[in-house]
Design a protein. Structure first.
Length: 82
């Protein structure tokens, strides 16, 4: 078991892994269609995608958190004003 301080890093790794895996598979299929080497192409695309996605999660997580908080607070204020 890892110490709790590693939770944000582990979360970013797992979440970026899921997203990169699914998106690379979808986009590989859209761009190339089904062919005999599909799974190999998908795995290659996934490895590149995850290598990019993992650090990008750290770059955009704070911005996404702030934006979502601002949007939900603004929506909540409009509802309570009525």
């Amino acid at each position: 078991m890892l110490p709790a301080r590693f939770q944000p890093i582990l979360f970013a790794f797992i979440m970026s892994g899921f997203m990169a895996f699914l998106m690379s598979g979808i986009l590989t299929f859209i761009n190339l269609g089904w062919f005999s080497g599909f799974f190999q192409a998908w795995i290659n695309a996934y490895l590149y995608a995850h290598a990019c996605a993992f650090p990008l999660v750290f770059i955009f997580a704070s911005l996404s958190r702030k934006l979502s908080m601002r949007l939900t607070q603004a929506a909540g204020q409009r509802i309570s004003d009525n």
